[in-house]
Design a protein around this ligand. Sequence first.
Ligand code: AQP
Length: 334
Amino acid sequence: MNKKIFSGVQPTGNLHLGNYLGAIKNFVELNKDENNNCVFCVVDLHAITVKQDPKELRDNIRETVATFVACGINPEKSIIFNQSAVPAHSEAAWILSCVARMGWLNRMTQFKEKAGKDKEKASIGLYSYPVLMAADILLYDATHVPVGEDQKQHLELCRDIAQKFNNDYSVEDFLKVPDPLIQKEFSRIMSLKDGTKKMSKSELSDLSRINLTDSEDLIVNKIKKAKTDPLPLPSDSKELETRPEAKNLLGIYSSLNNFTLDQTINEFSGKNFSEFKEKLSQVLVEKINPVANEIKKLNKENEYLDKILLDGQKKANEYASNKLKKIHEIVGFL
Ligand code: AQP
């Protein structure tokens, strides 16, 4: 079956191992299949839901494109663009926000986590961003959306919004209800400092994550300092339920090598963390070093990166503005 793939990444800083293993690795595989039409969006409108420095934001937009290409996404075989360059996203988001219900948005756990205790001071954009995300996806008739596990709830909301729009306006199947593509295993990579917290760009401590631009020394150092527990590595995956840091590190090793968790457990059962960490650092350096070098090289090629964005914008704009035009007709705008 031909798949229409849409996914987005926020240009909010260095992309990290969680973004790579949870999402971008999957983008690359989907992009290799000639039957798929892939749209990868740098979601800069999402980024400004929390304060951004304008100069850093511009740099981060380009660096996100550089990271896509360095990881293996082919810009000739996919549409890569930044969200703010296609106005249909913001317009469709407004229309869909009149379809979405407050009760649905009130259930979004990511808002609760990101807004923290002082919800009153969070931006309205942070609250309503899942509706913009729904617009992003629905404008391209995406059939499949590859995301990390943390985005599952937002994808469900997107499906609900699509179905309600189709029902409210009696336009069966007009907005395509997309399926999430979430990896079965290792879809949520956790912080190196706390195995119960997601690895994240916005976490203050850089030691909590492996950035895709980290040098060999930094990677080795971060893995050395990664939190563990005093026990030897387990022989059974059940034991990992109460050992989040061990589970996370073994998961990272498995995902990088395309092993199952059980294969990795068999390899290291009874061994101590120092031996395992050495192997983990090795494979991380092997996988990340070439990507880091490529990102650094591409970061100096602004003209090339801007051309990718401009080409992508033209194609994305044509598709999205056509879909928006139909939405206008359905809603009753003149
Ligand atoms: N820790 C993670 N494990 C697995 N997947 C992850 N993703 C993010 N973190 C992990 C997936 O990466 C894609 C892009 O995410 P994003 O950058 O748009 O936003 P995010 O999920 O909010 O990522 P961060 O790092 O936590 O960013 P900040 O700190 O800026 O909010 C998504 O598919 C996401 O699931």
